[in-house]
Design a protein. Structure first.
Length: 285
């Protein structure tokens, strides 16, 4: 009987691996609750800039937190982004993730989207916290979101896709002017812009919001993508240190295809989604 159970468990693990799923092994990970369920695909709709072609965007929102996926190790995407941004080695990133946050990330918006009359594709995500154990801050420490990226375009620029690169999602990347005395936004007036390495926008309730988007590119050329790992972190601008806690991962991929042939669109969409899965698998390796 025991041998039969072990064989069954092995088969289950193999099936999970083949399906590209992760077995949650980390009891201390923050749980993620999606309400409503994510919208992971939009299109094909007539492209705003390319008559006769259809544009689409697929998005993913991982169900396991970054600790659930990586334990107390920093995710490879975030580590690559940090190393690229911190090439001068002026900041110190603590080598392991603190797993004491617990609680829940409540994702109230998680949706693929199209913008500016189907000129751009991307996504919207909004996260609030509940039941988490916030760290005790001392000295000049602040509790802030930090986000590492892999992408193949410059945010806010409508030009062509570029060679994929890693970087931190900061005010510098978006061409924003940050303030060394920035305070979290309470929804009144204009938000302050936080300086690197923090994500530019921070909120008084420690929620997180992002709406990345990239313009659709001419048919036959590389379309834009965006992969993100966002961690809640303790940032000290005096000592130039960052301690990561738990976080979330998500991203999108744009597609374009001739409008009339629905079978062709379907096949192209499947190929594109397969490419997105392969890239995500490479990130997890």
């Amino acid at each position: 009987m025991r041998a039969s159970i072990i064989r069954s468990l092995r088969v289950l693990l193999v099936v999970l691996v083949l399906l590209g799923l992760r077995v949650p092994l980390y009891a201390d990970a923050t749980t993620i609750n999606y309400t409503p369920a994510p919208t992971t695909y939009i299109g094909y709709n007539p492209c705003g800039n390319f008559p006769g072609y259809g544009c689409a965007t697929s998005a993913y929102f991982d169900t396991g937190s970054l600790i659930a996926q990586n334990g107390d190790e920093i995710s490879s995407l975030f580590m690559n982004a940090w190393d690229a941004w911190n090439s001068a080695d002026t900041w110190t990133l603590e080598p392991t993730v603190d797993d004491t946050l617990g609680g829940t990330f409540n994702v109230t918006t998680a949706a693929a989207g199209q913008f500016f009359g189907v000129v751009s594709g991307g996504l919207t995500i909004q996260v609030t916290l509940s039941g988490v154990t916030l760290p005790t801050l001392t000295g000049d420490e602040q509790l802030l979101w930090v986000q590492g990226l892999e992408l193949n375009y410059t945010p806010g620029v409508a030009g062509p896709a570029v060679t994929p690169y890693y970087t931190m999602d900061t005010s510098t990347l978006s061409g924003l002017t940050c303030s060394a005395t920035a305070v979290k936004w309470n929804g009144v007036g204009n938000p302050d812009i936080f300086c690197p390495p923090a994500y530019p926008y921070q909120y008084t309730n420690n929620s997180f919001y992002d709406q990345p988007k990239g313009s659709y590119q001419p048919p036959g050329t590389t379309q834009k993508f965006f992969d993100a790992n966002a961690y809640l972190a303790v940032v000290d601008y005096t000592d130039d240190t960052v301690q990561l806690y738990d976080g979330i991962s998500y991203g999108f991929q744009n597609y374009i295809s001739p409008e009339p042939g629905t079978l062709m669109l379907f096949g192209t969409g499947l190929l594109g989604i397969a490419g997105l899965i392969r890239r995500r698998a490479a990130l997890s390796a």
